[in-house]
Design a protein around this ligand. Structure first.
Ligand code: ATP
Ligand code: MG
Length: 385
């Protein structure tokens, strides 16, 4: 297994100091699959204070840059070590206490056993640890499930989803992103317990939904588990051919494809740019686009990028080809693109409170091809208004 040097250094330094240390979770899963991990996490027998002492301000072997250790989640045992500028989350072996809110354990305690740390992890494919010196530790059959493409809870799925309901969405997200199937017992439990998602913060739900939607199997997963989706978005509709066709499009297009009017999304918590783009796509979804001028007007009203998203959403190839022509020819669709501006209008003697209207009229005339987008022609035309 290939480990990037910055992460291997962290594991190596902990081991040299006499602690156990392993790469763990998503980075092991992704590397075994030949995917590039988002982040490298390390689990260790060292206590957080020991990790801090071992890394803070210490120079790397090659003297490039010092390590830096930041106590980012001391209560949960997490120290972020910056190794050659790259963050590695180092967390002490942990046992989670009781869960009473379906979100997070009431308390955590540290343990000296790797196996105990792995048993608290959500799915078998996420419960593997690897060290360059000690090899792979996989007490729950994660490598077999990875090879077979199966998402399976570690332990009793009903208990695991009751502890932390976010795992319901994580299961669907991994199934979608990795193209895996969800084991029957795990699937039954997550469907039965979907109501617990109401207790999860809208930010966390939104972040998982975004990853799920962008995954390669989003359409299949959402159609199989539609009740989970409607638990978080009651008005959502799963249009399998549409979602399949839209794979690879921006998140906003995918969200618009789920929700007929976009207002539903206000139940979730996406950033304001995402919300307004989805609302815009919903509003314009049925706008007639039957000629190139219609597409120019659309660009004027919502901009080229949103126009392109709208056409993809609608699957309107004809309109998209007009849009490409408009872009390629640099056709004027905004006042900013006109060959004249407020200054020219003032020097023609047009009162300043009328200038906006005159420029709008010039833009329409140019878009309709009645006047060329040239300074002298536009000034002549403006004088007739
Ligand atoms: P990715 O980083 O690709 O989104 P990941 O599996 O690495 O996926 P992280 O959120 O980075 O997810 O978590 C790292 C590891 O922590 C997971 O692989 C898993 O072992 C454990 N983990 C994360 N969230 C949970 C959870 N809600 N319940 C149990 N274990 C979890
Ligand atoms: Mg990760």
């Amino acid at each position: 297994m290939e480990i990037p040097a910055y992460a291997a250094r962290v594991v190596g330094r902990l081991e040299k100091a006499g602690y156990e240390a392993w790469c763990v979770g998503g980075c092991v899963r992704d590397t075994l699959m030949g995917r590039v991990p988002n982040d490298w996490d390390v689990t260790t027998s060292a206590l957080p204070e020991q990790t801090l002492a071992l890394f803070d301000g210490v120079f790397c072997a090659d003297g490039e840059k010092p390590f830096k250790a930041v106590p980012t989640g001391i209560a949960h045992g997490t120290v972020t070590v910056l190794s050659c500028g790259q963050p590695v989350e180092v967390t002490t072996y942990r046992v989670d206490g009781e869960y009473t809110d379906c979100r997070r354990p009431d308390s955590v305690s540290f343990t000296s056993s790797l196996t105990e740390d792995l048993v608290r992890r959500d799915f078998t494919i996420n419960a593997m640890a690897y060290s360059p010196t000690a090899g792979l530790r996989d007490p729950y059959g994660g490598a077999d499930d990875l090879a077979a493409g199966i998402i399976r809870c570690v332990g009793d799925p009903v208990k695991r989803f009751s502890e932390d309901a976010l795992r319901i969405l994580r299961a669907l997200r991994f199934a979608s992103v990795l193209g895996f199937t969800i084991d029957d017992a795990t699937a039954d439990a997550l469907l039965a317990l979907r109501g617990l998602l109401d207790k999860i913060s809208r930010e966390r739900v939104s972040a998982e939904l975004a990853k799920l939607l962008c995954g390669r199997d989003a359409a299949a997963v959402l159609s199989r588990f539609t009740p989970v989706l409607t638990q978080i978005l009651p008005g959502a509709v799963v249009d399998v051919p549409l979602l399949t066709r839209l794979h690879g499009e921006p998140l906003t297009t995918l969200l618009a494809a789920l929700s007929a009017d976009g207002s539903d999304l206000l139940r979730l918590r996406f950033d304001s740019r995402t919300c307004s783009r989805v609302a815009l796509l919903a509003r314009e979804r049925n706008r007639p686009l039957s000629c190139k001028l219609d597409v120019k007007c659309l660009c004027r009203d919502i901009g080229h990028d949103a126009a392109r998203e709208l056409m993809r959403l609608r699957g309107d190839r004809k309109a998209e080809s007009w849009l490409l022509e408009i872009l390629a020819d640099g056709d004027c669709v905004s006042i900013a693109q006109l060959a004249v501006g407020g200054r020219e209008m003032l020097s023609l003697g047009i009162p300043s409170n009328k200038i906006g209207n005159v420029l709008d009229a010039l833009l329409n005339a140019v878009m309709e091809g009645r006047v060329p987008n040239e300074k002298s022609a536009l000034e002549e035309f403006a004088a007739t208004l």
